[in-house]
Design a protein around this ligand. Sequence first.
Ligand code: BMA
Length: 382
Amino acid sequence: MPLTKSLLSLFLSFEIILLASGFSFAQIDKNATPATKNLYSGLKRSAAKGVILGQQDALAYGLNADKSRWIGDEGRSDVKTVSGEHPALIGYDLGHIELDSVNNLDGVPFERIREDIRKNYERGGVNTISWHPNNPLDFSKTAWDKEEFTIRKILSDQTNKKNFEKTLDKLATFFLNLKDSKGDVIPVIFRPYHEHTGSWFWWGADHCTPEEYKQFWKFTIDYLQKTKKVHSLLTAYSTDNFKNKEHYLERYPGDNFVDILGFDTYHRNPPASDSAFIANAKRMTGTIRDLGKTNGKPFAITETGLEQLTEPTWWTHILQPILENSGLSYVLVWRNGRPDHYYAPFEGNDTAEDFKKLQQSGNILLEKKVASENLYGKPARK
Ligand code: BMA
């Protein structure tokens, strides 16, 4: 019947509009660049294919077969040496940008970070940025050097606040100067003030109230987006281990200030803790999946790993069960920083074969599969 038919088509077109905009409705920056908006929907889309595997500082340095360090080699990453492909998500840290330092806190030149971000972006990969800033009230103190109520002292004192804005100006300059070869600004995931359920950083749970943390977060994001006009960020909220949904959300600044829901969790004391680690990671993934589905936001394990990979089948026996059918957009393992501090396989590492099995399982997406997902553009044709 014509009436029913036209009602139906009206309903359908409404639904199509909703669906089309639905992928971006939950994104916080309405003025985000087209590539940033596409990345946001791309991260949700690719989660149906597998979990993007990433590593911190993967392109900047790593380990040789004898565990000596390589630093700054072009086109190299330990994951590529082992698997033939770079990780499809690369993490970087901007710690010490606030000091106008040439290198970040782990000795990587900011110029190199900028280049690696561009190269990874042009390969279709994803870039995520954490920040371990020194204490803004006293730059001689590191991110781990806990002052009493730093955040309160920044928010409540105009001079401190103005000084902190100068630091945010430096971040904004960095973000705005990340350009591709066409001169367009490159989108990045920005993951500030992480692991705040713990108290090891000056922004941690014991050093500010939930309200202060939220205010500080909102101030940072508003300042970058509204004052500095940075429109290339997806913002990731990233707790450490948490007990339940209430604990996860205790310091959540709100759906209008967060694009990606995440948490960090490290596997410590293996093998005694193996099954507890898997169960815990699955439980926490379940919490952020529920929240992500409700809010239309992508969700991710923003840091994880087993230091020194002491279990040869860690990838298929520990990580794979966590990732399988998880709906996670990505998982990032930490850096191959030192012979006693590494999280990804390198040439000759005991877990290299097992890593390849995980690669073949189809549960993770590395460079090639992510490139074919076209995360910064329209969905790839079937
Ligand atoms: C920690 C360690 C440190 C490093 C810091 C920031 O987990 O890797 O050595 O300085 O992250 O990258």
